[in-house]
Design a protein around this ligand. Structure first.
Ligand code: CA
Length: 662
């Protein structure tokens, strides 16, 4: 009798072994969670195929571990459905649907010495991926020494990434290699898991925490485990936390094609709604600036005989901006701090730059001057001056500031992507919002979708941009670079890549120039998304160029985005519909060093409507090495039933404007 009761109790315990499931709204993606000998474990399948093999979860705190011997607590967790559509003040689509199922598993460590005993795991299953985060309830201070999150892929696969420890400011070439052969990588990490299955791993809503890195570890069974490596403070602590703490979301986009990766808005959805209620002062737009001429050594940042940011020279750019429909003009090197021994100040201008005069001159023509704050990594200096500086800039009509952090460590001590840097960047965004200033952040942490919450965070660098085509000793960016970025860095958020160099001459390093045709430079203006999009060349290189007519007309915020073609590192076509009811579409298509012909069905156009297509394309004899400027502009009358043939030269491209005919 007694024995039977014990047996029954054991059976009951076995059948109640904790396991939970949450499926995406369509049911295509399933996340399974369980406790495996007290260790929280999850696995993920897509169309019933395993994608993430059983992988463990947990936290290493300074005074104990969470995830060793846990039990479920509280009531049986329920799957909660969520479906809303929200409006973006700017972006690649005007509205975003946030549709997912969520489950929260409440766990408790049975025996721990640590300051925390409870850990909740929140999982969201979307139709285009899944995400999870940890919630650590409780009071008081604690330190996270490591996140024990693993992502175990059932098999090895080719992947694109930049190495974490050898890439300053994320300015690297995304290299394709088997995951198992990679050292610790930054995210986004893009994986061709199968010919019809692509994954992109990153994080969303990075708030008061350390940036993620991933270390691949090949396993004897052929699987590859990705270990989480949070960016440390110099004393090896990863995160200082206080009170109720939630981590960023760990995100995996799952798509049947590479192109579909670009259409996922999961990362934006995993950030909080906008904290800025009146967004009317936030204005996306095109800009030009005194920038390329400095990288090409024709001008200097510091004051001197060839100083770029003089009153007269900036007014010349303002005149050009007004004439050609650019919203704003950037000038780097307008304030002291660039010369030897000069003290940096964001509150006064060089003597040859009358900032008040320049700002009113700009405003009178409907143009804004963009303030630039280079800090050489002195985050504390920016923080000490930003409130006064932003207020002053706003009083002069400046509505955008480009911040910069060139230097190995912030304030000589901490990594930019550590919790120290994450806290700093957020303070700048919030302060800027109070003063109605938009931010273009250079040398940032990797973006994680915060522009949903802070839509004044317009664009960021964190990408190997155009300037490498001015001075890089390796010859500049290879032709495959801009057909890889949309599938990798671009998944993290807008990139201030600064496209549209028209003059490839005047090399300062032999052989270093944009390895691209002119038509590809136009195509990149559409393909590489940034709500503040720079036409980066010096204005004398644009003057009288027919190609400029495409850029003059091209918006930087869209009602809808499609990706008709995409193969990572080879080619991409992006079609975008303008906002505000004009009905115009803009298409950019670019290729690597292979020439190719692509067909573009126009079924995205309104049925029964005729459009004037203005097509900027590589001439028949165009070639990025021998004949980069050969471009033709032709017009055609098209409808939704037509197909346009895109003939792309080697490292060539095409840009198309489609205007409804009334
Ligand atoms: Ca930079």
């Amino acid at each position: 009798m007694t024995r039977n009761i014990i047996l029954a109790a054991l059976l009951t315990f076995a059948t109640h072994a904790a396991a939970w499931t949450v499926g995406s709204p369509s049911g295509h993606i399933t996340v399974n969670l369980s406790l495996d000998h007290g260790r929280p474990t999850y696995s993920v399948s897509y169309l019933n195929k395993p994608v993430i093999a059983p992988s463990t979860l947990g936290m290493q705190l300074a005074d104990g571990t969470l995830g060793q011997n846990m039990v479920a607590t509280g009531a049986k967790p329920k799957v909660v459905a969520h479906d809303e559509t929200w409006v973006q003040p700017w972006g690649e689509d005007d509205t975003v649907r946030n549709h997912y199922n969520e489950i929260t598993i409440a766990l408790k460590e049975r025996k721990t010495t640590s300051s925390r005993q409870h850990m909740n795991i929140i999982v969201r299953a979307y139709d285009d991926g899944f995400a999870f985060r940890y919630e650590l309830p409780g009071d008081g201070d604690f330190q996270i020494m490591d996140e024990l999150t693993q992502l175990r892929l059932a098999h090895d696969a080719p992947a694109w990434s930049i190495p974490s420890n050898r890439t300053a400011y994320f300015e690297g070439i995304y290299e394709r290699a088997p995951l198992s052969q990679k050292d610790t990588v930054c995210t986004p990490l893009t994986i061709e898991y199968a010919p019809d299955l692509f994954l992109a791993i990153h994080e969303a809503n990075l708030t008061d925490y350390a940036s993620i890195n991933l270390t691949p570890r090949p396993q004897p069974d052929g699987s590859v485990t990705l270990l989480t490596a949070l960016t440390p403070w110099q004393n090896h602590v990863k995160v200082y936390a206080t009170g109720h703490t939630v981590t960023p979301w760990r995100t995996v986009i799952i798509s049947p094609t590479a192109s579909d990766l670009l259409l996922s808005r999961m990362m934006l959805n995993l950030n909080e709604p906008s904290r800025i209620h009146d967004t009317s002062w936030i204005e996306p737009g095109r800009y030009i600036g005194i920038w390329w001429s400095i990288h090409k050594k024709k001008n200097t940042w510091e004051m001197g005989p060839t100083h770029g940011a003089t009153t007269q020279n900036v007014k010349r750019y303002i005149d050009f901006a007004a004439k050609h429909g650019f919203a704003s003009v950037l000038a780097e090197g307008w304030n002291p701090g660039w010369g030897q021994g000069e003290h940096i100040s964001y509150l006064k201008a060089y003597p040859d730059f009358d900032i008040q005069d320049v700002c009113s001159y700009a405003l009178a023509q409907g143009v804004r001057f963009i303030g630039h704050m280079e800090s050489w990594g002195r985050a504390a200096l920016i923080e000490s001056q930003m409130d006064s500086a932003f207020a002053w800039y706003n009083s002069m009509g400046i509505n955008t500031v480009k911040t910069g952090y060139v230097g190995q460590l912030l304030d000589g001590k901490e990594l930019a992507k550590s919790q120290y840097g994450i806290r700093h960047y957020r303070r700048v965004i919030e302060c800027a919002a109070r003063h109605h200033i938009m931010i273009d952040n250079h040398e940032p942490a990797m973006p994680t979708g915060l522009q949903r919450t802070w839509p004044n965070l317009m664009t960021q660098e964190g990408v190997r941009g155009q300037e490498y085509n001015a001075w890089s000793a390796d010859g500049g960016n290879p032709p495959s670079h801009t057909v890889t970025l949309p599938f990798t860095r671009g998944l993290a958020g807008p990139m201030d890549f600064t496209p549209a160099i028209f003059n490839q001459g005047d090399e300062i390093v032999p052989g270093t120039h944009p390895h691209s045709t002119l038509a590809k430079q136009l195509g990149e203006f559409v393909v590489l998304y940034s709500p503040l999009q720079m036409a980066a060349d010096a204005i004398e290189n644009y003057d009288g160029q027919p190609a400029l007519t495409f850029i003059e007309s091209c918006p930087t915020t869209w009602s809808r985005t499609l990706v008709p073609h995409g193969k990572i590192g080879e080619y991409i076509t992006v079609a975008r519909k303008e906002r505000n009811g004009t009905g115009r579409w803009f298409v950019g298509s670019i290729t690597n060093e292979q020439n190719r012909t692509l067909t573009l069905p126009l079924h995205f156009l309104d049925k029964g409507r005729s459009y004037k297509a203005v097509i900027y394309e590589d001439a028949a004899d165009a070639d990025y090495e021998s004949n980069p400027y050969a471009m033709t502009i032709r017009q055609a009358c098209v409808t939704a039933d037509d197909v346009i043939t895109l003939r792309l030269a080697r490292s060539g491209g095409c840009a198309i404007r489609l205007e409804p005919i009334e």
